[in-house]
Design a protein around this ligand. Structure first.
Ligand SMILES: Cc1cc2nc3c(=O)[nH]c(=O)nc-3n(C[C@H](O)[C@H](O)[C@H](O)COP(=O)(O)OP(=O)(O)OC[C@H]3O[C@@H](n4cnc5c(N)ncnc54)[C@H](O)[C@@H]3O)c2cc1C
Ligand code: SF4
Length: 336
């Protein structure tokens, strides 16, 4: 039950929503599917004075643009993305990442834009306030951090848990936004601040209108979500990889390795990517890349998982994901 009062608006267009956001100012929040916002309002992680519900706006179906990129309305439900023939065929990595989110009920309501803008999580933050907290933590405007008591007030190590964002970053996707100045286009990678206090870089009054994914026919991909159980569970770690081959069909010309649910934002394993690019894609190179990745990633312990347990998990599953991606790109690597 939400125990505070708020105004509710239901615009019929995004332009109207932008106008309402301007009218209500900093205390207003957009609600798409509401599967993240409403639970967070219930435990008072957020206390908006006005909620601008977007359920009156019908999303356009995903479509292929003239340049081969795929344009997806930000209000598209995750279930639609997981089931869309176009996305399954052209962007199977994205379809797979949407398919593993939460449960069918949440995927039927939750949208792509809402998934990207979801709140960070920590064992203390997303709980009923009165029995979990003696006093509010930094993120709630208080003067304490429970899991990391030595952190300064400007440091919150809550973890960003989207299953879909790492896939979109691995695919090199952009977002388009609308606001009172018109809007902009930025890489999904640049949507994140890296701070648990305020995880996304959207400005006041800015709404994500679409996600644009470049053509991906020539990539090999791999994806894995490690979680305590198979369904209705946030991740312990997410691994999304895309690999491209040069004309000789052996040298790696492009590599993106993105790890999610281990920090305040999805992180790229940049040193590991550098090892792969320009070299022959083989077992030795993949082994070296994994060694570099586990060295450079600094996962936060979260939800009962220790840092060393998360690192060990990534060591095992990133190998499988990279091997799968290399084979899908067309490299013949014998199965062990
Ligand atoms: C039980 C449970 C399990 C879950 N498990 C997972 C999981 O396994 N993996 C995972 O990734 N997520 C999970 N989630 C988180 C989340 O609910 C979903 O990922 C969902 O996609 C959020 O989308 P929504 O449309 O419901 O967002 P909303 O709740 O409507 O919004 C979430 C946030 O995004 C903002 N927002 C929404 N749309 C836009 C937009 N177009 N532009 C700008 N800001 C916007 C809202 O203001 C709000 O701050 C889970 C949630 C629950 C309750
Ligand atoms: S990590 Fe962040 S959300 Fe969690 S208790 Fe500390 S300040 Fe609060």
């Amino acid at each position: 039950m939400i125990q505070f009062d708020f105004e509710y608006e239901r615009p019929g267009t995004l332009a109207e929503a932008v106008m309402l956001l301007r009218r209500h100012g900093a205390d207003a929040r957009i609600m798409a599917g509401g599967t993240d916002l409403l639970p967070n309002m219930r435990v008072e992680v957020v206390r908006p004075a006005a909620v601008i519900g977007l359920s009156g706006i019908t999303p356009e179906p995903p479509r292929c643009e003239a340049d081969g990129s795929i344009r997806i309305d930000a209000l598209t439900r995750l279930a639609t993305i997981a089931d869309s023939e176009l996305i399954r065929k052209q962007l199977p990595l994205l379809a797979e990442s949407a398919r593993v989110v939460a449960s069918n009920q949440i995927r039927q309501m939750g949208t792509l834009g809402g998934n990207l803008c979801q709140e960070t999580r920590c064992l203390y933050l997303n709980q009923q306030h009165d029995y979990q907290f003696v006093a509010p933590c930094y993120k709630r405007g208080g003067a304490v951090c429970y899991p990391f008591p030595l952190n300064k007030p400007d440091v919150c190590w809550s973890v960003y848990m989207s299953d879909v964002a790492p896939a979109l970053i691995a695919l090199g996707a952009d977002i388009e936004t609308v606001d009172e100045n018109g809007g902009r286009r930025i890489a999904v990678e640049d949507l994140f601040t890296g701070s648990g206090l305020n995880p996304v870089t959207l400005r006041e009054g800015e709404i994500i209108s679409a996600i644009i994914v470049p053509p991906a026919a020539d990539i090999g991909w791999g994806y894995h979500k490690s979680a305590r159980r198979g369904g209705l569970e946030f991740a312990m770690a997410v691994m999304a990889v895309t690999l491209r081959l040069a004309a000789d069909r052996r040298t790696c010309s492009d590599a993106r390795i993105v790890i999610g649910a281990v920090r305040e934002r999805p992180v790229r394993a940049a040193a590991a990517e550098r090892i792969l690019v320009g070299a022959a894609l083989d077992e030795a190179g993949i082994g070296a890349a994994i060694a570099a990745a586990v060295e450079e990633l600094k996962p936060l312990p979260h939800h009962g998982f220790s840092k060393s347990y998360i690192v060990d998990n990534i060591r095992v599953y990133l190998r499988r994901v990279l091997m799968r991606a290399a084979r899908a790109a067309g490299v013949e690597i014998p199965t062990a």
